[in-house]
Design a protein around this ligand. Structure first.
Ligand code: ADP
Ligand code: MG
Length: 246
């Protein structure tokens, strides 16, 4: 099963003499259960590609299918639903809400998704347990280390049982020990069959992925597999969310 299908995608910012060709025909298919690291120098188009993969932006040319859905054919409302239900985001800066417990932070995407309180709590606790924070659920972000905060963010990304976990420099703000913690969580999720795409500058981080893609000037110049895709995840809890946004 192909989760991401990027077909000759281009992205141009602006027009005329000042147009910037950020992506120049990117073709990329990612199967369920794969763990892909996207590398490249500053300005090579990583964030642009990430924004398209995450349905935060649409391509100028080409097609992008997420879980078989043609993203370009969706209006803003359906795009927002798709983002909420199919993609879990992890950012360099954690983006947790201050003065809200870890549990409340993780419940948030489910609240937007209209899941009832008891079910929200059950799923958020399970997600926090998955990232090894069962004993920190009542802590607020400022009572947690950077690594713990990023693990809360990973739990928040997972709680909707997304088809894809998208991480943009997830260890960029972390010390060595916290980096190891977060990468350990991603390794376990990958072993469980989660589909992960992460952007990183660091070779040590990219080495943990099963496939490394290198962007230069808006083009993929290298696509190297270092480990087999692995088995797909058994999706729990997402199925009832799937029917109505097809
Ligand atoms: P990276 O994340 O690899 O540093 P980006 O995707 O951010 O690369 O940028 C790729 C190219 O597109 C760069 O030349 C950048 O200046 C340009 N760019 C990115 N976003 C915009 C924008 N919103 N408007 C105009 N140019 C942009
Ligand atoms: Mg960038």
């Amino acid at each position: 099963m192909t989760v991401l299908d990027v077909q000759d995608v281009t992205k141009v910012y602006g027009d005329g003499d000042t147009a910037v060709h950020a992506l120049r025909g990117v073709r990329l298919a990612v199967d369920e259960g794969d763990y892909v690291a996207i590398m490249g120098a500053s300005g090579s188009g990583k964030s642009t590609l990430m924004n398209i993969l995450g349905c935060l932006d649409v391509p100028t040319g080409g097609r992008y299918l997420l879980d078989g859905l043609d993203v370009g054919a969706l209006d803003d409302r359906r795009l927002a639903i798709l983002r909420n239900r199919r993609i879990g985001f992890v950012f360099q800066s954690f983006n947790l809400i201050p003065r809200m417990s870890a549990l409340a932070n993780v419940e948030l995407p489910l609240a937007y998704g209209g899941v009832k309180a008891a079910e929200r709590r059950r799923r958020a606790l399970a997600a926090l347990e998955q990232v090894g924070l069962a004993d920190r659920v009542d802590h607020e972000p400022n009572e947690l280390s950077g690594g713990q905060q990023q693990r809360v963010a990973v739990a928040r990304a997972l709680v909707t049982a997304p088809a894809l976990l998208l991480a943009d420099e997830p260890t960029g703000n972390l010390d060595t020990r916290s980096t190891a913690d977060v990468l350990g969580v991603l390794d376990r999720l990958s072993a469980d069959g989660r589909t992960i795409v992460l952007i990183t500058h660091e070779n040590d981080v990219a080495r943990r992925a099963k496939r490394v893609i290198r962007l230069v000037d808006g083009r993929i110049v290298e696509d190297r597999r270092t480990a087999p895709v692995g088995r797909p995840a058994i999706r729990s809890g997402g199925d009832e969310l799937r029917a109505d946004d097809r």
